[in-house]
Design a protein around this ligand. Structure first.
Ligand code: ZN
Length: 123
């Protein structure tokens, strides 16, 4: 399950950051998921739940936003690609809607933790 390995890296980043700030609980996690990662939101949530069990991020609210993907083509086109036919393969080829060539991905790969909110005890 691809989502699981992606999420385990994300959870690691979150817990790392929380540890550095002496947080006692993680409240919110805002995650940007690139459109071309083709990760399933349900699977991501499920992985998040499993991976945070027993940690201070357990029960944190996970907010997932899809980040729109764009491509850049040799013909000069830049923007949305043609809809890929098979999104079940990991890296589908994205075609330029103008000329039909394979276009290079500009944005929309990868996941980014945009924001987390932590409960830090007052000292
Ligand atoms: Zn093109």
């Amino acid at each position: 399950m691809h989502e699981f390995s992606v999420m385990s890296q994300i959870v690691e980043v979150i817990l790392d950051e929380a540890g550095r700030r002496d947080a006692e609980r993680v409240e919110h996690v805002n995650l940007d998921v690139g459109e071309f990662t083709f990760l399933g939101e349900e699977q991501l949530r499920f992985a998040f739940e499993l991976l945070t069990k027993g940690t201070i991020a357990e029960d944190a609210e996970l907010v997932i936003s899809e980040k729109e993907g764009t491509v850049q083509c040799e013909c000069g086109y830049s923007g949305k690609p043609e809809k890929p036919e098979d999104i079940h393969i990991l890296t589908p080829l994205l075609k330029c809607p103008e000329c039909g060539r394979i276009a290079r991905v500009k944005e929309g790969l990868g996941c980014t933790v945009r924001d987390i909110s932590l409960v830090v005890p007052d000292v």
